[in-house]
Design a protein around this ligand. Structure first.
Ligand code: PHB
Length: 390
């Protein structure tokens, strides 16, 4: 009798593990070091999604396993992704703040039978490196194209472009140039600076010497952008009448208290503002604020992560928890939903997110808080960069 009971319990345990699995999601991002606030936003977005939607999909429980890549480091990113797949048995890879970290992992996906959901990295070409990549963030082509029109419409004719010399910077430079020169403006000089640049005074001098009326700039959000916008203000470029045009990476909300008056009035184009006025965003900001602890630290990677989790939940639903990367990706092609940022969809061909891009201006509330105020919407923007990388 006892032997029968033991066998019955063993069979029960076996069948319950067969039907109710734990589905592991490996998330790679900067969780320590100078960019840790960006990683903290990934986590806040993921936590917010799971708090609002539960930690189970059907019978399966979702478990997140985090791995830290503090700065852009493709070799470390690849090694950690391999470890996540082989040792941890993750069924999904997600996160990836920096482009080189995402690029290094795309060659592993097919053999590992694992989809990758990019929650930030913004170089257009990433989605072309594997059919198993889906992106819920933005591209710098997508966010930098509208600002070229904004600059031209302000009567600016001569611009100097300054970007970090790596994927998203080169894309941003090309996007701005194509947009601005297509309208009749001219990019008089294009500076590419090393990703690690933190002394911007020589760049500010070159901007002054160029005779340009405006600057277009892209750097990855973090200490980099904070330093650049501060230097722009401190070197009297702003007061000298030179206007700064950029995608919203340069005025992320978490930097605004430190930037203060130096960013006030600055216009940027971007896919998400924490101040976005919608019912969905209200729910999101409340949950993400709770998750992050200090609401002043909320920034755009949180929404890329929140929507990335939505895509992963849909993938788990469609595969019934089975590991089938192709089927999972197929299931989200054409998926549309209302994100905290506004209406979005996954373009079935590129697997990149189609979304509104907003023109925003740094403004100040009555009680002295700086925020990105949305003032114009460029609706349903795809990625113009994909045509350029084909
Ligand atoms: C990237 O490396 O792709 C990246 C990082 C931070 C940004 C934008 C793009 O703000």
């Amino acid at each position: 009798m006892r032997r029968f009971m033991t066998a019955a319990i063993a069979a029960m345990l076996l069948s319950s593990t067969a039907y109710a699995d734990t589905i592991k999601v490996g998330v790679v991002g900067p969780f320590s070091g100078p960019f840790s606030l960006q990683g903290k936003n990934f986590k806040a977005g993921i936590d917010a999604y799971m708090a609002l939607n539960g930690a189970t999909v059907g019978d399966d429980t979702v478990e997140i396993i985090y791995r830290d890549v503090p700065q852009a480091d493709p070799a470390q990113s690849k090694a950690l992704a391999q470890e996540l797949v082989i040792k941890e048995g993750v069924q999904y890879l997600a996160g990836f703040y920096f482009t080189p970290d995402a690029m290094a992992v795309t060659p592993l996906l097919k053999q590992a039978n694992v989809p990758m959901v990019v929650m930030n990295a913004a170089t257009s070409a990433i989605v072309t490196k594997s059919p198993l990549v889906v992106r819920t963030s933005f591209t710098t082509w997508q966010t930098s194209t509208p600002i070229a029109k904004v600059a031209f419409d302000k009567g600016i004719k001569k611009v100097i472009s300054v970007v970090s010399d790596y994927g998203p910077g080169v894309d941003a430079e090309n996007a701005f140039k194509a947009g601005f020169e297509g309208l009749g403006g001219s990019v008089v000089e294009a500076i590419r600076m090393p990703l690690a640049t933190n002394d911007f005074s020589p760049i500010m001098q070159r901007i002054k010497d160029s005779g340009a009326e405006g600057v277009f700039a892209f750097l990855p959000s973090g200490p980099t952008t904070l330093g650049f916008v501060k230097a722009f203000s401190e070197n009297d470029l702003k007061s000298g009448g030179i206007q700064l045009f950029a995608p919203g990476d340069l005025t992320q909300e978490s930097d605004l208290p430190a930037l203060g008056e130096s960013a006030l009035g600055m216009q940027t184009t971007f896919h998400y503002a924490v101040s976005h006025d919608s019912a969905e965003n209200k729910v999101f900001v409340e949950a993400a604020s709770k998750a992050i602890g200090n609401p002043a630290e909320l920034s755009f990677p949180s929404v890329g992560a929140f929507d990335g989790m939505h895509v992963i939940y849909k993938m788990i639903e469609a595969t019934g928890g089975e590991q089938d990367a192709e089927k999972a990706v197929e299931a989200v092609k054409g998926l549309s939903w209302i994100s905290p940022r506004g209406p979005v969809s996954i373009d079935p061909e590129s697997r990149h997110i189609t979304q509104n891009i907003y023109l925003r201006e740094v403004a100040k509330t009555d009680d002295g808080k700086y925020y990105n105020k949305e003032i114009q919407t460029f609706e349903k923007q795809g990625d113009p960069g994909l045509a350029a990388v084909k």
